[in-house]
Each structure stands twice: as structure tokens, then as C-alpha cells.
Design a protein around this ligand. Structure first.
Ligand SMILES: *Cc1c(COP(=O)(O)O)cnc(C)c1O
Length: 494
């Protein structure tokens, strides 16, 4: 299988090339030229495998040039003892028709681990398959979850170094300590005196500085990024949609062929897009529900076909979804336009020039055939956390609560009676303050102390990596001005 750019289908790359390059030089994203089909029999046979087996079966269909042994080696290293359950991505029953798919049992307690635990192996193998001899340095600007997940994924991976920049006052106490206490011999973390946009702009500037890239090359380094536009991050996410379906079959909740609705808390549109790929490959998916917080640009887009980023940006209690430009939407436009690079390029030009575009009637029909959308504000989100805990004893985080709230609203509105899987993307213990508030409990103390308060108030134990934060000492205390990122990178590498 080859990969093409969403903005130029004449450009055709092998999987290893698409993964090593990350972003196409024309600004487009890499997408598979064709999609493999997974038959009902094959889905049934996945049911008897463990998570790694399922991952190997599905990922190998997209990775020509990688042997089954290689892929099995990556998944065994990615999805093992570093997760706190052998199920890796377990389903948890809320009621007869509603399940959570818990994607936060990895080392950083957010769903980014599902892809970032395996990406380092895919990336380094891709580079060596392409004959690239350099060490790769991953640069990340993060607003919270991605930075820690990338650090943990790349830590002590041979042939790599990783440097993360985060906005000094833009992440939660827990997220900050998670990053500043990061272990590993090839990592560096640095606070930026500015907001997330400043950190991101600084990193982009480094990527586009030819002189620096040349100097790094002479010293044996190449720069790369770990954000969700890389196909190597999307591919591992397709697996858990199949895995959840297999688990529903195995526990008797559904019969073979029965279709299931997935409701996904959405930011950059990577997670839900993986669900759409699963559907195109033959997984019986009824509806994909795109759940947003008050930054509801995607709700409007899915309902009307109009994407308009010209709107206020709100800071909410579900910060990983505070985003106005969802990069992975470009891949959906490509799929729904029947692979028209010209149409995708036109929308992206309009987005760049005016901050908005309106898709064609045909494309909107394609969206409506599969997607629904809705949003919850912070007050609704908190009410969902409280109600869910009171009725089931299940404690959910703010992002998962947005998805459950939207799933409940839409189920009534649309009369959808199918089994619904609410995708649960973070441990509630990553957002202790908001969760305590939602439960009507006092919030006092700093991040790590709140973990113990929440445990005491709910009787639900926190994941071990977060409990361990209390005794962690920050290794990386530095902060730099937004003009100093380049010198930090040079200092780290040269
Ligand atoms: C990143 C993230 C999301 C959004 O996922 P996308 O793939 O960007 O749509 C939702 N919830 C949490 C907790 C996240 O970290």
C-alpha cells in the first residue's frame, strides 16, 4: 500500500517514507491510497486475540515494507507492563446500552499513549528503512497531554532525543509536574514565558530555519514532530475501535454484524477520524458522534458544512479540546470528496485566507450519512460527572464527561437505540480540581495533593503514575522567553 498527499495525489510514498516525513511538503497530510477490508469472519477471529494480536493484524495491513515480526515487536513493547491492565483498552459498562472505552491506562493516563507508545518504534524503523542515518530529535509544543505522552514514549529510545516546550502558566499543576519530573537520558523540558501559541510559533520557526537544520544535519541530527498529523499516530488508533467491537461481541452485548455508535470527545479530530477509517474498513459502526465543549466549531461544521474559525476562543475545563483548527479534518475532506486533491486544496486555501470554508452539498451529505455532533458547556460537563458518579460509582474526567453528555442528549433527540461506546480519553485524576468541583467538594492545595483529596472523597484509587507524583522532584526548572527556543535546542543538541 502506498500513501498520497491530501493536496497532491500524484505524490506517492511508501509507508516508511510517509511516517518519516510526517507532513507532506505541499502542506497536505498523508493518507493511504486504498483501504484494506476487514471481513466479518476476520473481526470474529480478532475476538480471540489479545490487544497486541489485534494491533498486529490491523496495523500490518497498512505497513508494506514492515514484517509481521517487526510490527509484533513494536506492539509488544508499546502495549505491555507499561499499561496498568493487560486489556490495554478495556470496556467498562455504564448501563445496558452504554459503555466506556477506557484509553487512559498507559503511563501518562491520557489516550495519547495509545499512539505515542508505539510511534517511536515506527518512526525510528521508518528512518532506518529509508537509509537515514541521523539521530532524530522530536520537538513538541504542548498544551498539556501530548508533551508528557511524547516524553514517555520516546524516553531512552535509541537514536532519538526529545525536547518539549510548554506555556509556563498554561498547563495544570499535575501536567506540569508530570513533565518537569520526566526521567530518561535523552529528554529535555522547558517552560516558555508565553502562551501555547508562543510555544508553537517558536517550534515552527525552528523547523523552518534552514541554517539550523543544516547545522544539525552536520552534527548527525534531523528534526521531527510527534503531533497528530503523522500517519504513525493515527494508525494505532484504528485498532481500539475494532478491539472495542470484539469485546462487545465477546461479552454478549451485541451479535455479529450489529452496528454500534461511538461518541468521541474531539479536539484535533484524530481520534474520531480513526473511528471513521475503521467504519470504511468494514467495522459495523452506526453513527460517529463528535462531541465538543464550548469551542464548538466542529458541531457547526458537522451540522451545516460551514467551518469557521473566526470566533472567540474559550478556556474550558476540558482543555485538550480547546482548539479552533482541527488539522485532521483535512483527511476527512479528502475521503468524503472521493479523493479530490483539488477540492481539498481549495478548502484549505480558503481556510488560510479567510479562516472559513463551506463544503459542497455532496460532501455535506457524506458527513450527515455517518456523523452527528453536539457540545456541552462547563456547567453541563460538571453535572454529568456528578450524576455519573452518583448513579454508577464511575468517576470520569472532564473530556469523557463532555462525550457522555452529548451522547445522552443525542440519544434522546435522535431516538438512537444502538449500543453506544463513549470514548474515555483521560483519567479523572489528571483533572482533579475540576472533578472535585463537579462533585461539590472543596478544592484546596496543589495538584499532587488534590489527587489524595479526590481519592479520599470518592474511594476510587488514582493510577499509580499519578500517585507517584507526590514524591517526584522536578528535574527541569528552567523557563525561557519566547525568542530563546532556538538557543535551547542548540544547547540541547550541539
Ligand atoms: C487530545 C485529547 C482529546 C482530543 O483528541 P483529538 O484526537 O485531538 O480529537 C480529547 N481528550 C483528551 C483527554 C485528550 O488528551
Amino acid at each position: 500500500m502506498r500513501y498520497v498527499s491530501t493536496r497532491n495525489t500524484n505524490l506517492s510514498l511508501a509507508p516508511a517514507e510517509a511516517i518519516a516525513q510526517g507532513l507532506s511538503r505541499d502542506g497536505g497530510l498523508f493518507v493511504p491510497e486504498t483501504l484494506p477490508h476487514i471481513s466479518a469472519e476476520e473481526i470474529a477471529s480478532l475476538g480471540s486475540m489479545d490487544y497486541c494480536g489485534r494491533a498486529v493484524s490491523i496495523m500490518s495491513k497498512f505497513l508494506d515494507g514492515f514484517s509481521i515480526t517487526e510490527i509484533a515487536d513494536y506492539t509488544a513493547r508499546a502495549y505491555g507492563k507499561n499499561f496498568d491492565t493487560p486489556d490495554i483498552a478495556p470496556l467498562r459498562r455504564l448501563d445496558e446500552k452504554t459503555y466506556f472505552l477506557e484509553l487512559w491506562h498507559g503511563p501518562t493516563c491520557a489516550f495519547k499513549d495509545m499512539a505515542l507508545q508505539v510511534l517511536p518504534y515506527l518512526l525510528t524503523a521508518s528512518m532506518s528503512k529509508n537509509g537515514m542515518k541521523e539521530k532524530v530529535c522530536i520537538l513538541v509544543a504542548t498544551s498539556g497531554d501530548t508533551g508528557k505522552a511524547a516524553l514517555e514514549g520516546f524516553r531512552d529510545v535509541e537514536g532519538t532525543k526529545i525536547m518539549v516546550f510548554y506555556p509556563e502558566n498554561g498547563v495544570s499543576d499535575i501536567q506540569k509536574l508530570q513533565m518537569t519530573s520526566q526521567e530518561g537520558g535523552n529528554v529535555s523540558v522547558c517552560a516558555v514565558r508565553g502562551n501555547f501559541d508562543d510555544a508553537q510559533a517558536g517550534v515552527k520557526q525552528i523547523f523552518s530555519d534552514r541554517a539550523l537544520r543544516e547545522e544539525l544535519r552536520e552534527n548527525g541530527f534531523t528534526l521531527s514532530s510527534a503531533n497528530s498529523i503523522n500517519w504513525g499516530r493515527l494508525l494505532p488508533q484504528i485498532v481500539y475501535y475494532f478491539s472495542a467491537y470484539c469485546d462487545l461481541l465477546n461479552n454478549g452485548s451485541i451479535i455479529p454484524g450489529e452496528s454500534v455508535t461511538f461518541c468521541v470527545p474531539t479536539g484535533n479530530f484524530g481520534n474520531i477520524l480513526a473511528g471513521y477509517y475503521a467504519r470504511l474498513m468494514g467495522l459495523p459502526v452506526n453513527r460517529l458522534v463528535c462531541a465538543s465543549n464550548r469551542n464548538n466549531v466542529l458541531t457547526e461544521f458537522i451540522k451545516t458544512g460551514a467551518y469557521d474559525r473566526n470566533r472567540p476562543f474559550y478556556t474550558t475545563i476540558s482543555p485538550s479540546m480547546d482548539i479552533l483548527v482541527s488539522s485532521n479534518l483535512e483527511r476527512l475532506l479528502y475521503l468524503l470528496s472521493g479523493g479530490s486533491d483539488a477540492e481539498v486544496s481549495q478548502y484549505m486555501r480558503e481556510l488560510a485566507a479567510y479562516g472559513r470554508y463551506q463544503v459542497s452539498e455532496g460532501l455535506l451529505e457524506g458527513i450527515s450519512a455517518c456523523f452527528d455532533a453536539g457540545f456541552c458547556d462547563d456547567a453541563e460537563t460538571k453535572a454529568v460527572i456528578r450524576d455519573t458518579f452518583q448513579r454508577s460509582g464511575i468517576l470520569i474526567d472532564t473530556h469523557t464527561a463532555v462525550a457522555l453528555g452529548v451522547a445522552q442528549k443525542l440519544r434522546e433527540e435522535l431516538g438512537d437505540a444502538s449500543t453506544t461506546v463513549v470514548v474515555s480519553t483521560a483519567s479523572p485524576y489528571k483533572f482533579c480540581g475540576s472533578v472535585l468541583e463537579a462533585l461539590g467538594k472543596p478544592v484546596s492545595g496543589t495538584g499532587p495533593e488534590l489527587i489524595f483529596t479526590l481519592e479520599r472523597e470518592t474511594g476510587v484509587s488514582a493510577p499509580a503514575p499519578l500517585r507517584a507524583l507526590r514524591s517526584k522532584v522536578p528535574r527541569f526548572n528552567g523557563s525561557v522567553g519566547k525568542e530563546e527556543l532556538m538557543s535551547q535546542v542548540r544547547h540541547f543538541l550541539l
